[in-house]
Design a protein around this ligand. Structure first.
Ligand code: UDX
Length: 508
């Protein structure tokens, strides 16, 4: 591969650190800049602050020879041909993207420029941010011949960000001049030529030397919109399948069959049709709100995205009621919560549906014992341990003497649980699965009361119990010596669902 391009990446978060490591991996010289001196020191000394597959290996492979860490943005700018802005664009109170960090970085870059640079937006930004960065540079007196501002949005999923970077579906570049395009093409050439995939140390993935990723060259505005529109569409797909799941539940159909049938249509595709407790993370909620705000600014009504957000909020509340339907009451009930991160494979708890549901259960007096393979430490900063909340290091310890297990994200470890061992640990064999990790037939055969999202058997126990209550109440009404419905409800549910075990109290 060529000598490589000198690159500065500003921001060493989920996007910036992965981009720095991957740019080095494909042969470039990278300086990663962060204004958090402690973080720079930690990175310099070999620390890896985020949970990403292959990231530690890449940083160890390239630290000191191709990647260095600094808080000196001026020096990094002057030493680079291309400067990627990968700082946070958090959601503001109005739902719009807060671009103050981008503004600050652009101003500091402007004061540092000493020869031609390509400044590249890597962060997810609203359309026309490119224009704003250009203005910041001009206002700081940078001559137009000394810079171009391009857009290169990322499509990285947390947990698989390195693979997503090195084996992308596409590389999107928004640029207005040939010289900017030349620099950006050179940066991605090891991927678009397929050369990287011939390297013996190449990170494994879908791309091959004969099937390299395509590059889409477009305007900066289109590139910025592609990112927001892609995330908003994926979120829409998830909210759509979640509503379909709720219809399936009422109709006695299996949403996984419906999703499979839908996905076989090449125009729909099988991905992102997994029903569950709703989407979370630092991107979808923020980007859906930001894109809706962009539409408002353009006087375009994007009410569809409001519905997407509403459905997503409702899906979490609906799941919480499903847990209640399995337990009847929460106060004093011991609940094993498996999963705290917003999805499996990551330690990120931002906008995590799992944490929202844990908080709802705690508010109703439940005693929660939580386990997550990577996110417990971050979760405990948000929901500290206490009389109602414990964090454990093992799913079976969480389930010990519990009245139910709730599954709140899709770590493979949860799908691989030893069901015999799980049932032996539980006080009552009840599993409420928010990510459809198990087969209802297998769970029934193993003696569990198993509730999931959008599948038969999801509520059949409760439905049978309600049916028995109706019969009992009707009978009782007939002989006019009706016991309170609650007694019948409890009797029917206990009879239909629980096989109580004589276990000691929660705290042995
Ligand atoms: C997302 C986009 O996928 C990525 O392209 C973009 O760059 C950043 O935002 P990420 O948020 O890391 O990536 O995770 P993703 O795997 O997309 O999942 C987002 C949320 O949707 C998670 O809460 C996940 O559990 C949920 N989800 C995903 C579903 O509920 N059903 C699905 O079928 C897929």
């Amino acid at each position: 591969m060529s000598e490589g391009v000198s690159i500065a990446v500003v921001g060493s978060g989920y996007v910036g650190l992965v981009a720095a490591a991957c740019f080095a991996e494909i042969g470039h010289r990278v300086v990663c800049v962060d204004n958090d001196e402690a973080k720079v020191r930690m990175l310099h000394e070999g620390g890896v602050p985020i949970h990403e597959e292959y990231l530690p290996e890449l940083l160890n492979r390239h630290r000191a020879n191709r990647v260095e860490f600094t808080s000196d943005l001026k020096a990094a700018t002057q030493g680079a041909q291309a400067i990627f802005i990968a700082v946070g664009t958090p959601q503001s109170e109005t739902g719009s993207a807060d671009l103050s960090y981008v503004d600050a970085v652009a101003s500091e870059i402007a004061r540092s420029i000493d020869d031609y640079k390509v400044i590249v937006e890597k962060s997810t930004v609203p359309v026309y941010t490119n224009e704003w960065i250009r203005r910041v540079l001009e206002r700081n007196g940078v001559p137009q011949e000394l810079f171009d501002v391009a857009s290169n949005p990322e499509f990285l999923r947390e947990g698989t960000a390195v693979t997503d970077f090195l084996h992308p579906d596409r590389i999107v570049l928004g640029a207005e001049t040939e010289r900017a395009v030349t620099v950006l093409r050179a940066i991605y050439e090891p991927l678009t030529s397929g050369a990287y995939y011939r390297m013996h140390h190449a990170v494994p993935g879908a791309r091959t030397p004969d099937d390299p990723p395509p590059m889409l060259l477009t305007t900066t505005q289109a590139a910025e919109i592609i990112k927001h529109a892609s995330n908003a569409f994926l979120a829409t797909k998830i909210s759509f399948i979640n509503v379909v799941a709720n219809i399936c539940e009422a109709a006695g159909a299996d949403v996984q069959d419906v999703a499979r049938g839908m996905g076989m249509d090449s125009r729909i595709g099988p991905k992102f049709l997994r029903a569950g407790i709703g989407y979370g993370g630092s991107c979808f909620p923020k980007d859906v709100a930001a894109f809706r705000h962009v539409a408002e600014q353009m006087n375009v009504d994007f009410g569809l995205l409001e519905e997407v957000e509403k459905i997503n909020g409702e899906q979490k509340r609906r799941f919480f009621q499903k847990v209640r339907s399995a337990l009847w009451t929460f106060r004093g009930k011991k609940i094993a919560a498996l999963g705290l991160a917003f999805k499996g494979g990551t330690d990120d708890i931002r906008e995590s549906p799992a944490l929202e549901i844990v908080e709802l259960m705690l508010r109703e007096g439940a005693l929660v014992r939580a386990y997550d393979p990577a996110a417990a430490a971050r979760a405990s900063e948000m929901i500290p341990s206490g009389p109602q909340m414990q964090y454990v290091d093992d799913p079976y310890e969480a389930a010990q003497d519990a009245d139910a297990v709730v599954i709140l994200n899709d770590w493979q470890e949860f799908a691989d649980l030893d069901l015999e061992r799980l049932r032996a640990a539980l006080r009552y064999p009840i599993v409420v699965d928010g990510r459809n990790l198990f087969d209802p037939a297998v769970m029934a055969a193993q003696g569990f009361t198993y509730l999931s999202v959008g599948r038969p058997g999801a509520n059949s126990v409760a439905m049978r119990a309600r049916q028995r209550v109706r019969v009992l109440r009707h009978t009782a009404d007939g002989c006019a010596r009706a016991k309170p419905a609650k007694v019948y409800l409890r009797a029917a549910v206990l009879d239909a669902a629980f096989r109580p075990r004589n276990r000691g109290p929660w705290h042995a």
